[in-house]
Design a binder for this molecule. Structure first.
Ligand code: ZN
Length: 290
Protein backbone atom coordinates (compact mmCIF):
# COMPACT_ATOMS: atom_id res chain seq x y z
CA UNK A 1 0.00 0.00 0.00
CA UNK A 2 1.51 3.36 -0.97
CA UNK A 3 2.20 5.66 1.98
CA UNK A 4 -0.40 8.25 0.98
CA UNK A 5 -3.13 5.66 1.38
CA UNK A 6 -2.05 4.65 4.84
CA UNK A 7 -4.48 5.96 7.40
CA UNK A 8 -2.44 8.04 9.83
CA UNK A 9 -4.72 10.68 11.36
CA UNK A 10 -5.37 9.93 15.02
CA UNK A 11 -9.04 9.64 15.96
CA UNK A 12 -10.75 9.83 19.34
CA UNK A 13 -10.56 6.47 21.14
CA UNK A 14 -12.09 5.29 24.38
CA UNK A 15 -10.11 7.60 26.73
CA UNK A 16 -10.96 10.68 24.68
CA UNK A 17 -14.66 9.77 24.40
CA UNK A 18 -14.82 8.88 28.10
CA UNK A 19 -13.26 12.24 29.01
CA UNK A 20 -15.93 14.03 26.98
CA UNK A 21 -18.66 11.86 28.54
CA UNK A 22 -17.62 12.71 32.10
CA UNK A 23 -17.66 16.43 31.30
CA UNK A 24 -20.96 16.47 29.40
CA UNK A 25 -23.00 14.13 31.60
CA UNK A 26 -23.79 16.66 34.38
CA UNK A 27 -24.41 19.44 31.85
CA UNK A 28 -27.01 17.44 29.90
CA UNK A 29 -28.78 15.43 32.57
CA UNK A 30 -32.29 16.72 33.31
CA UNK A 31 -32.17 19.33 30.54
CA UNK A 32 -35.05 19.47 28.06
CA UNK A 33 -34.42 20.18 24.37
CA UNK A 34 -36.34 23.32 23.33
CA UNK A 35 -35.09 23.66 19.74
CA UNK A 36 -32.74 21.87 17.37
CA UNK A 37 -30.67 22.60 14.28
CA UNK A 38 -28.71 20.27 12.02
CA UNK A 39 -26.48 20.29 8.97
CA UNK A 40 -28.67 18.90 6.21
CA UNK A 41 -27.02 15.56 5.57
CA UNK A 42 -28.20 12.10 6.68
CA UNK A 43 -25.35 11.74 9.20
CA UNK A 44 -26.64 14.68 11.26
CA UNK A 45 -30.25 15.39 10.35
CA UNK A 46 -31.79 13.13 13.02
CA UNK A 47 -30.81 15.77 15.58
CA UNK A 48 -34.36 17.15 15.41
CA UNK A 49 -35.81 13.85 16.71
CA UNK A 50 -34.58 14.87 20.17
CA UNK A 51 -36.85 17.94 20.26
CA UNK A 52 -39.05 18.01 23.35
CA UNK A 53 -37.10 15.23 25.07
CA UNK A 54 -35.26 15.42 28.38
CA UNK A 55 -31.71 14.11 28.70
CA UNK A 56 -31.11 11.26 31.15
CA UNK A 57 -27.77 9.56 31.89
CA UNK A 58 -24.97 9.82 29.34
CA UNK A 59 -23.35 6.43 28.77
CA UNK A 60 -20.51 5.25 26.58
CA UNK A 61 -20.06 2.05 24.58
CA UNK A 62 -16.65 1.71 22.91
CA UNK A 63 -16.14 5.00 21.11
CA UNK A 64 -19.89 5.81 21.03
CA UNK A 65 -21.74 8.14 23.38
CA UNK A 66 -25.30 7.11 24.25
CA UNK A 67 -27.50 9.83 25.72
CA UNK A 68 -30.79 8.63 27.19
CA UNK A 69 -33.80 10.71 26.08
CA UNK A 70 -37.21 10.73 27.74
CA UNK A 71 -39.81 12.46 25.63
CA UNK A 72 -43.00 12.50 23.62
CA UNK A 73 -41.93 9.38 21.70
CA UNK A 74 -41.03 7.40 24.83
CA UNK A 75 -37.56 6.34 25.89
CA UNK A 76 -35.10 7.02 23.12
CA UNK A 77 -31.38 7.41 22.78
CA UNK A 78 -29.15 9.95 21.07
CA UNK A 79 -26.15 8.06 19.68
CA UNK A 80 -23.07 10.16 18.92
CA UNK A 81 -19.82 9.15 17.22
CA UNK A 82 -17.00 11.68 16.94
CA UNK A 83 -15.44 10.12 13.82
CA UNK A 84 -12.09 11.80 13.20
CA UNK A 85 -12.59 15.48 14.07
CA UNK A 86 -15.88 15.58 15.99
CA UNK A 87 -16.10 17.86 19.05
CA UNK A 88 -18.92 18.23 21.54
CA UNK A 89 -19.58 21.03 23.99
CA UNK A 90 -22.21 23.04 25.82
CA UNK A 91 -22.04 26.82 25.53
CA UNK A 92 -24.18 29.65 26.89
CA UNK A 93 -26.94 31.12 24.71
CA UNK A 94 -29.45 29.96 22.12
CA UNK A 95 -28.80 28.30 18.76
CA UNK A 96 -26.98 30.71 16.46
CA UNK A 97 -27.93 28.84 13.29
CA UNK A 98 -28.60 28.02 10.67
CA UNK A 99 -24.87 28.13 10.27
CA UNK A 100 -22.43 26.28 8.08
CA UNK A 101 -18.87 27.23 8.67
CA UNK A 102 -16.48 28.21 11.40
CA UNK A 103 -18.10 29.85 14.39
CA UNK A 104 -16.84 31.08 17.71
CA UNK A 105 -17.62 28.89 20.65
CA UNK A 106 -16.14 26.46 23.11
CA UNK A 107 -15.48 23.89 20.43
CA UNK A 108 -14.61 26.42 17.76
CA UNK A 109 -15.07 24.61 14.47
CA UNK A 110 -17.78 23.54 12.03
CA UNK A 111 -21.25 23.18 13.52
CA UNK A 112 -23.15 20.06 12.41
CA UNK A 113 -25.91 19.80 15.03
CA UNK A 114 -27.21 21.89 17.92
CA UNK A 115 -29.73 21.31 20.72
CA UNK A 116 -30.99 24.36 22.63
CA UNK A 117 -31.57 23.43 26.29
CA UNK A 118 -34.01 24.76 28.89
CA UNK A 119 -31.29 26.31 31.05
CA UNK A 120 -30.31 28.83 28.38
CA UNK A 121 -27.40 26.79 26.99
CA UNK A 122 -26.87 24.99 23.68
CA UNK A 123 -25.32 21.55 23.21
CA UNK A 124 -23.26 21.55 19.99
CA UNK A 125 -21.66 18.95 17.71
CA UNK A 126 -18.86 20.34 15.56
CA UNK A 127 -17.08 18.25 12.95
CA UNK A 128 -14.71 19.67 10.34
CA UNK A 129 -14.15 16.47 8.35
CA UNK A 130 -17.67 15.05 8.78
CA UNK A 131 -16.62 11.48 9.57
CA UNK A 132 -18.72 11.74 12.73
CA UNK A 133 -22.40 10.96 12.87
CA UNK A 134 -25.45 10.88 15.11
CA UNK A 135 -28.70 8.93 15.32
CA UNK A 136 -31.80 8.96 17.47
CA UNK A 137 -33.12 5.45 18.09
CA UNK A 138 -35.47 3.66 20.46
CA UNK A 139 -33.60 3.00 23.70
CA UNK A 140 -31.13 0.15 23.15
CA UNK A 141 -32.23 -0.49 19.55
CA UNK A 142 -28.92 -0.56 17.68
CA UNK A 143 -30.03 -2.75 14.76
CA UNK A 144 -29.55 0.16 12.36
CA UNK A 145 -26.05 0.79 13.73
CA UNK A 146 -24.21 -2.49 13.05
CA UNK A 147 -20.80 -1.24 14.19
CA UNK A 148 -22.26 -0.36 17.58
CA UNK A 149 -24.41 -3.49 17.76
CA UNK A 150 -21.42 -5.80 17.22
CA UNK A 151 -18.93 -4.26 19.61
CA UNK A 152 -16.98 -6.61 21.85
CA UNK A 153 -17.01 -6.30 25.65
CA UNK A 154 -16.18 -3.07 27.43
CA UNK A 155 -12.56 -3.21 28.64
CA UNK A 156 -13.43 -2.47 32.27
CA UNK A 157 -16.40 -4.86 32.43
CA UNK A 158 -16.18 -8.32 33.98
CA UNK A 159 -17.09 -9.85 30.60
CA UNK A 160 -13.64 -8.85 29.29
CA UNK A 161 -11.23 -11.48 30.57
CA UNK A 162 -7.90 -12.97 29.42
CA UNK A 163 -9.91 -16.02 28.30
CA UNK A 164 -12.41 -13.95 26.27
CA UNK A 165 -9.54 -12.07 24.64
CA UNK A 166 -7.66 -15.26 23.82
CA UNK A 167 -10.77 -16.93 22.38
CA UNK A 168 -11.68 -13.92 20.20
CA UNK A 169 -8.19 -13.74 18.74
CA UNK A 170 -8.06 -17.49 18.08
CA UNK A 171 -11.45 -17.40 16.29
CA UNK A 172 -10.29 -14.73 13.86
CA UNK A 173 -6.78 -15.85 13.00
CA UNK A 174 -5.90 -12.34 11.82
CA UNK A 175 -3.09 -10.14 13.11
CA UNK A 176 -3.68 -9.11 16.73
CA UNK A 177 -3.34 -5.42 15.81
CA UNK A 178 -6.10 -5.77 13.20
CA UNK A 179 -8.21 -7.69 15.71
CA UNK A 180 -7.93 -4.97 18.32
CA UNK A 181 -8.93 -2.29 15.80
CA UNK A 182 -11.95 -4.40 14.76
CA UNK A 183 -13.54 -3.74 18.21
CA UNK A 184 -14.55 -7.42 18.44
CA UNK A 185 -12.18 -8.76 21.18
CA UNK A 186 -12.71 -5.57 23.19
CA UNK A 187 -14.37 -2.21 22.47
CA UNK A 188 -12.71 1.19 22.37
CA UNK A 189 -9.16 0.75 21.06
CA UNK A 190 -7.85 2.64 18.03
CA UNK A 191 -4.38 2.97 16.60
CA UNK A 192 -2.85 4.84 19.52
CA UNK A 193 -3.90 2.66 22.44
CA UNK A 194 -3.58 -0.59 20.45
CA UNK A 195 0.10 0.18 19.78
CA UNK A 196 0.58 1.22 23.42
CA UNK A 197 -1.05 -1.96 24.77
CA UNK A 198 0.87 -4.32 22.47
CA UNK A 199 4.17 -2.65 23.41
CA UNK A 200 3.26 -2.77 27.10
CA UNK A 201 2.47 -6.49 26.85
CA UNK A 202 5.50 -7.29 24.64
CA UNK A 203 3.38 -8.77 21.85
CA UNK A 204 4.21 -8.46 18.14
CA UNK A 205 1.43 -6.61 16.26
CA UNK A 206 1.27 -9.42 13.67
CA UNK A 207 0.87 -12.21 16.22
CA UNK A 208 -2.17 -14.35 15.40
CA UNK A 209 -2.41 -16.44 18.58
CA UNK A 210 -2.10 -15.72 22.27
CA UNK A 211 -1.11 -18.26 24.90
CA UNK A 212 -2.61 -18.04 28.37
CA UNK A 213 0.21 -15.90 29.74
CA UNK A 214 0.32 -13.49 26.83
CA UNK A 215 -3.47 -13.13 26.82
CA UNK A 216 -3.32 -12.19 30.51
CA UNK A 217 -0.50 -9.73 29.85
CA UNK A 218 -2.38 -8.06 26.98
CA UNK A 219 -5.65 -7.97 28.93
CA UNK A 220 -3.92 -6.14 31.78
CA UNK A 221 -2.01 -3.86 29.40
CA UNK A 222 -5.22 -2.81 27.62
CA UNK A 223 -6.82 -1.80 30.92
CA UNK A 224 -3.62 -0.06 32.04
CA UNK A 225 -3.13 2.07 28.90
CA UNK A 226 -6.82 3.03 28.65
CA UNK A 227 -6.94 3.96 32.33
CA UNK A 228 -3.81 6.09 31.94
CA UNK A 229 -5.32 7.81 28.90
CA UNK A 230 -8.48 8.63 30.83
CA UNK A 231 -6.54 9.94 33.83
CA UNK A 232 -4.65 12.33 31.53
CA UNK A 233 -7.76 13.60 29.77
CA UNK A 234 -7.05 11.76 26.51
CA UNK A 235 -4.43 12.16 23.78
CA UNK A 236 -4.31 15.28 21.59
CA UNK A 237 -2.02 14.88 18.60
CA UNK A 238 -3.96 17.10 16.24
CA UNK A 239 -7.74 17.53 16.39
CA UNK A 240 -9.01 16.08 19.65
CA UNK A 241 -10.38 18.55 22.22
CA UNK A 242 -12.42 17.72 25.30
CA UNK A 243 -15.89 19.15 25.98
CA UNK A 244 -14.36 22.34 27.40
CA UNK A 245 -12.24 22.88 24.28
CA UNK A 246 -9.02 21.85 26.08
CA UNK A 247 -6.37 19.43 24.83
CA UNK A 248 -5.66 16.16 26.61
CA UNK A 249 -2.18 15.54 28.02
CA UNK A 250 -1.58 11.83 27.43
CA UNK A 251 0.38 12.64 24.23
CA UNK A 252 3.29 13.56 26.53
CA UNK A 253 3.21 10.09 28.08
CA UNK A 254 2.94 7.82 25.02
CA UNK A 255 5.60 5.11 25.19
CA UNK A 256 5.31 3.55 21.72
CA UNK A 257 2.77 5.19 19.36
CA UNK A 258 4.42 7.84 17.18
CA UNK A 259 7.93 7.12 18.52
CA UNK A 260 9.34 5.15 15.54
CA UNK A 261 13.11 5.62 15.26
CA UNK A 262 13.40 6.71 18.89
CA UNK A 263 14.79 4.41 21.58
CA UNK A 264 12.48 1.86 23.14
CA UNK A 265 11.90 2.85 26.75
CA UNK A 266 12.41 -0.78 27.79
CA UNK A 267 15.47 -1.98 25.82
CA UNK A 268 16.95 1.21 24.33
CA UNK A 269 16.98 -0.02 20.72
CA UNK A 270 15.06 1.99 18.09
CA UNK A 271 11.32 1.42 17.70
CA UNK A 272 10.26 0.52 14.17
CA UNK A 273 7.35 1.63 11.99
CA UNK A 274 5.51 -0.88 9.85
CA UNK A 275 2.09 -1.22 8.23
CA UNK A 276 -0.36 -3.88 9.43
CA UNK A 277 -3.48 -4.15 7.25
CA UNK A 278 -3.12 -0.54 6.04
CA UNK A 279 -2.62 0.87 9.54
CA UNK A 280 0.65 2.49 10.55
CA UNK A 281 2.02 0.54 13.48
CA UNK A 282 4.95 1.25 15.79
CA UNK A 283 6.58 -1.55 17.75
CA UNK A 284 9.86 -2.73 19.27
CA UNK A 285 11.39 -5.58 17.21
CA UNK A 286 13.27 -6.74 20.31
CA UNK A 287 10.68 -6.50 23.09
CA UNK A 288 7.83 -7.51 20.77
CA UNK A 289 9.59 -10.33 18.90
CA UNK A 290 7.38 -12.86 17.14
ZN1 ZN B 1 12.37 -2.69 23.26
Amino acid sequence: MPPDRVHTAPVPELPEVETVRRQLAPQLRGRTVLATWSFGTPKFDQAHLAAGSTFGPLDRRGKYLLAALDGPDGERELVLHLGMTGRLGVRPGPIDGPIDGPIDGPTGTHLRAAWELDDGTTFEFHDVRRFGRLAVVDHGDHDGLPTLAHLGPEPFDDAFTPASLRAAVARSGRAIKTQLLSQRPVAGLGNIYADEALWDAGIHPRATRLGTQRAAALHDAIRRVLDAGIRHGGTTLRDYRDATGAEGSHQHRLRCYGRAGRPCLRCGLPLRRTVVDARTTTFCPTCQAR
